[in-house]
Design a protein around this ligand. Structure first.
Ligand SMILES: Cc1cc2nc3c(=O)[nH]c(=O)nc-3n(C[C@H](O)[C@H](O)[C@H](O)COP(=O)(O)OP(=O)(O)OC[C@H]3O[C@@H](n4cnc5c(N)ncnc54)[C@H](O)[C@@H]3O)c2cc1C
Length: 304
């Protein structure tokens, strides 16, 4: 079987940027990804990516995809990677039906939504409970909904839902909202958002479909409930790193990487949100992709 020079896993900002830089460094590259855009597809507005003062996540993702596809030396496989192993200095990348060999890998798989672990969460998954306001929100036109989480994604989701739903309960475990200040400042201006602080979500209830959410008031210990047709859990994200177990990771599962995205395993780079960068932002992920590709070029030159 042919051993490829470079395989990039992920089609978000980090993976796409890595693909552009690798292609321009004349590295024959394969990108394996489930989609283009990654988490950017989950937001309806990007205002802080340089050069884009107002763009939807979907349109910026399309531009990334178009850009990557301009390079003939980049092969694209729309697939899920199931496992990566390392044997005799070569990486073995397994998808459901194929196996690829590579001298170097840029791992840019980002993060996925964190689950709450509350009672009924699995039972009502896609029956009222979801993890993406942008994806599921339009299903709840004119209904009452709950957003669980008062951080960056929760506050953003609440604002988005305020224009769709009749009423939005923003259920926050802390005593104040901790999202981006510019977003948090907009919340009181939306009359149909009710912020419930110190509220620890305990249960999703209903019959066939979700009918409501129970929470504990952490100040009084009292159990309370609200009736909603939809509940979106927006409490943060976890790294998608379980396909690889030969590199050093943090307890949380982030892949430990240096300023060139190098990891504990030579030739294996971690770029973007899946790595230990602190700023989980698209522009930082794109910058990581660039650094990883340029360092991979040096690594491959040494190998060849
Ligand atoms: C709701 C929301 C709003 C946001 N708003 C902003 C914003 O306004 N501005 C900003 O700068 N950032 C924003 N972010 C953060 C930003 O989206 C991320 O920092 C950025 O997308 C990280 O890029 P990445 O390439 O590291 O990972 P991701 O974007 O997560 O991309 C990962 C890619 O890897 C692929 N993948 C994962 N696992 C596999 C596998 N096993 N096999 C194949 N492919 C796989 C995925 O399909 C995806 O294409 C937001 C995030 C969210 C969730």
């Amino acid at each position: 079987m042919e051993t490829k020079d470079l395989v990039i896993i992920g089609g978000g900002p980090a993976g796409c940027s890595a693909a552009v830089y690798a292609a321009r460094s004349n590295i024959k590259t394969t990108v394996i990804t489930e989609d283009f855009g990654g988490q950017l597809m989950l937001t309806d507005h990007i205002e802080n990516y340089l050069g884009f003062s107002k763009e939807t996540g979907a349109s910026i993702s399309e531009k990334f995809e178009e850009h990557v596809k301009t390079y003939e030396n980049v092969d694209i496989m729309l697939k899920k990677v199931e496992k990566i192993e390392k044997e005799n200095g070569i990486f073995k990348i397994k998808t459901g039906d194929e196996e690829l060999l590579a001298k170097a890998v840029i791992f840019a798989t980002g993060t996925k939504a964190k689950k709450l672990g509350a009672k009924g969460e699995e039972k009502f998954l896609n029956k009222g409970v979801g993890y993406c306001a942008l994806c599921d929100g339009p299903l709840y036109q004119g209904e009452k909904v709950a957003i669980i989480g008062g951080g960056y994604s929760g506050t953003e989701a609440a604002l988005y839902m305020a224009d769709i739903a009749e009423k939005v309960y923003l259920i926050n475990a802390g005593d104040k909202l901790t999202g981006e200040p510019i977003t948090v400042d907009k919340i009181p201006k939306k009359e149909n958002i009710e912020v419930i602080n110190n509220a620890y979500t305990t249960e999703f209830f209903g019959d066939q479909l979700l009918e409501g959410v129970k929470y504990e008031d952490s100040e009084t210990g009292e159990e309370k409930k609200i009736e909603v047709a939809g509940a979106m859990v927006e409490i943060g994200r976890v790294p998608r790193s379980d396909t690889v177990d030969f590199v050093e990771k943090t307890e949380e599962g982030k892949i430990v990487s240096d300023n060139h995205c190098r990891t504990s395993e030579k030739g294996f780079y971690a770029a973007g949100d899946v790595s230990t960068i602190e700023e989980e932002q698209a522009i930082v992920a794109a910058s990581d992709g660039c650094k990883a590709a340029l360092d991979a070029k040096k690594y491959l030159d040494e190998q060849n």
